[in-house]
Write a protein that binds this ligand. Sequence first.
Ligand SMILES: C[S@@+](CC[C@H](N)C(=O)[O-])C[C@H]1O[C@@H](n2cnc3c(N)ncnc32)[C@H](O)[C@@H]1O
Length: 223
Amino acid sequence: MFSSKISIYCFLLITITKYSFAVGNYYQASFGKPANAVTLKAIELFGKDEKSKVQALDLGCGEGRDTIALLKRGWQVVAVDKKSQAFHWLNRHEAVQDHADSLICVEMSFEDLIISNLPVDSFDLIIANWSLPFCSKKHFSSVWQKLISHTKIGGRFAGNFFGKNHSWNLERPWLVFLDKTEVLNLFDSFAIEEFEEIEYDELSACGEEVHWHTYSVIAKRIK
Ligand SMILES: C[S@@+](CC[C@H](N)C(=O)[O-])C[C@H]1O[C@@H](n2cnc3c(N)ncnc32)[C@H](O)[C@@H]1O
């Protein structure tokens, strides 16, 4: 009994250490990479609307490739991540020094967002790239409802979700994996502007072989 407890403890410790190491490697590998395609497309869509660009929320900002793209284009950005390391990397970008007045960094988990007092209808654009699948399954639905409430009517969501065929669905079943209907159902109060489901094999930023199954979405809140 005692030894099985020790084994479980060791397994958890190794898994958490491996995850922390992988996240650190991810920041290093992503540093300086261009913004995610959905972020750039969403920014363009605002241009077409001739709408003033005001506030964006970058959820799980990481080393900040999307945050940087937004800052450089004149947006105000609230960058959220649960890892202090993310902000360590984000602050290395020159653009952060150049646009310091336009950036608020919040070290917080998505789960804590549910109880945060961010004002409702406060963001023109919510970005969540390669991040929402890491939300705890238990809180995903509440986090999503909270995100909708923070999106202005006429504001947009741009980000991605993992599909059920993703190889991490076997290796890390505690992450959030959705089927197409489940993804579409998230956007009941949005008009979908871009929707792409893709599957491919590629090494992760940390050099791990991965079968990727993702849904990328850009959507405009209409009600
Ligand atoms: C794979 S990185 C993606 C970073 C960036 N969005 C990009 O596209 O390169 C995922 C980020 O989400 C953050 N993250 C994961 N789970 C989180 C949670 N529950 N709350 C807040 N941030 C989280 C991680 O710390 C990490 O920085």
